[in-house]
Write a protein that binds this ligand. Structure first.
Ligand code: PA5
Length: 448
């Protein structure tokens, strides 16, 4: 179960300078009705992510079963939308100590940080390891670089049997990895053509590693289907949670100058959910001078770090708290404690955490910082499925509000192209010239 409380975003609570008037919200009703029907039609095209909850997952489940039976280590090689969702599902839905207590142990090779790469390699036994290489384009430099090193190690250790230790998840037709998988008869999954990286967590991209780690992926999809049903049926802004979140953030941004969207869960298991959200919100909407900068804060840790700024710094933020009502475990403070600490006696950690959320929420409201709270009765696959779909739809719908394409990332491509040029990739000679004309080290300070 998910509840969305947006009371403290509204002008009747925090004033018109920072808060949204209900009339403003409702003035989007015709826009919403029109966009709603466009979205339903787009579900076979750019909004194909909305169809993922209905996919057949037999192959994913069967493959996950085989991996669990045959391997002790499962390593995802991918970056951005090809790894953030995997990390998010794993951290939200498995125990903190999963790798200490379970097999297959789960690792992600995303960055090309050699020390991190080495640390993962040191922890695994290559003969007992299965690698899932995930890349939609099939050409992302970090993923390909990590893959090529692993491939070399696999071949050296296992000879032709290396093929049994690889699973490729990539475009159905295009790219180097699709060719590689087909030519070498390596088990592969296809990422639907119309689904981009950051909208792909509910495809084999995110679901295989989740299933390998024992997560109930059918329940994740069930939750996503429920959210899809609500978002498909409800055209009314106040009843459609995705449109509501999108319009509130849009109005806060465009009309109240809230250029920063803070997401602050009071549960460390949702820390990676915020990383996933940051990519979704930033890469989808940061275009043509528009977009909100997403910021991560974790309750209660960031009360002792960023809340000072949120309350008294620039009035440029809208905050989303995520509250979890029931935790899997809890611990009580003893009653036999010094008298001046008596206010804590007999209370549980979860109680303190949630009271801290309320305290911080009211403190922000008092400072007229617009804030909403998403309440989960507990963190489970069903609720996480709902939450994922909710934010995917809110982000995609926001594309219509800002009149930008939420599904591309032209500004990311440019940096990739310069990197290819610097690495001497064929066909990028002109890019290298362009790089040289822009790159300068003019003002420098060197300290040794
Ligand atoms: O959302 C996106 O499309 C990007 O963030 C990609 O996921 C990221 O760049 C990795 O791309 P690929 O999956 O092609 O390796």
């Amino acid at each position: 179960m998910i509840k969305i409380d947006y009371t403290d975003v509204m002008a009747d609570r925090i004033g018109e300078r920072d808060g949204i008037l209900r009339e403003e919200l409702l003035s989007f009703r015709y826009f919403t009705v029109e966009t709603h029907s466009l979205i339903q039609r787009e579900k076979d095209n750019s909004f194909y992510f909305a169809k993922l909850p209905y996919q057949d997952i037999t192959d994913i489940l069967e493959t996950a079963k085989q991996i669990r039976e045959n391997f002790d280590y499962f390593i995802v090689i991918g970056i951005g939308g090809s790894s953030l969702g995997n990390i998010m599902l794993h951290e939200a839905l498995n125990d903190f100590n999963y790798n200490e207590n379970h097999f297959p142990k789960f690792y992600v090779l995303d960055n090309v940080d050699p020390e991190k790469f080495g640390a993962v390699i040191d922890r695994i036994d290559i003969k007992r390891s299965c690698f899932n290489v995930i890349t939609k384009s099939g050409s992302t430099v970090e993923t390909i670089a990590n893959f090529l090193i692993i491939l070399d190690i696999l071949k050296e250790e296992l000879g032709e049997k290396y093929k049994e230790h690889l699973i490729i998840t990539t475009d159905p037709e295009k790219g180097f990895l699709r060719k590689f998988a087909n030519e070498n008869n390596i088990k592969s999954f296809s990422i639907p053509e119309n689904v981009g990286g950051r909208f792909s967590v509910l495809s084999s991209v995110g679901l295989l590693s989740a299933a390998v780690c024992g997560i109930d992926i059918e329940q994740i999809l069930e939750g996503a289907r429920k959210m899809d049903l609500i978002c498909s049926v409800e055209e009314h802004i106040e009843h459609n949670p995705a449109y509501l979140i999108a319009i509130l953030h849009y109005l806060a941004n465009i009309r109240r100058g809230k250029s920063i969207s803070v997401m602050m869960p009071y549960s460390e298991r949702l820390s990676s959910f915020v990383d996933w959200y940051k990519q979704l919100w930033a890469e989808s909407l940061g275009k043509e001078g528009f977009g909100q900068t997403p910021i991560k804060a974790i309750g209660a840790i960031d009360q002792h770090s960023q809340i000072q700024l949120f309350r008294e710094g620039p009035r440029d933020k809208i905050v989303t708290f995520i509250q979890v009502e029931k935790f899997k475990r809890d611990f009580k403070i003893p009653t036999d404690i010094p008298e001046d600490l008596n206010y804590l006696a007999g209370h549980s950690l979860s109680e303190i955490l949630n009271k801290e959320l309320l305290g911080t929420k009211v403190a922000l409201t008092k400072s007229k910082v617009p804030n909403l709270t998403i309440v989960l009765d507990e963190i489970n696959p069903y609720n996480i499925g709902m939450l994922i779909y909710l934010y995917e739809m809110a982000t995609a719908f926001s594309g219509y509000l800002y009149k930008i394409n939420p599904f591309d990332q032209p500004a990311v491509e440019e940096g990739k192209n310069f990197t290819y040029a610097l690495m001497g990739r064929k066909g990028y000679e002109q890019k290298l010239e362009e790089f040289k004309s822009i790159y300068k080290e003019k003002y420098k300070l060197e300290i040794s």
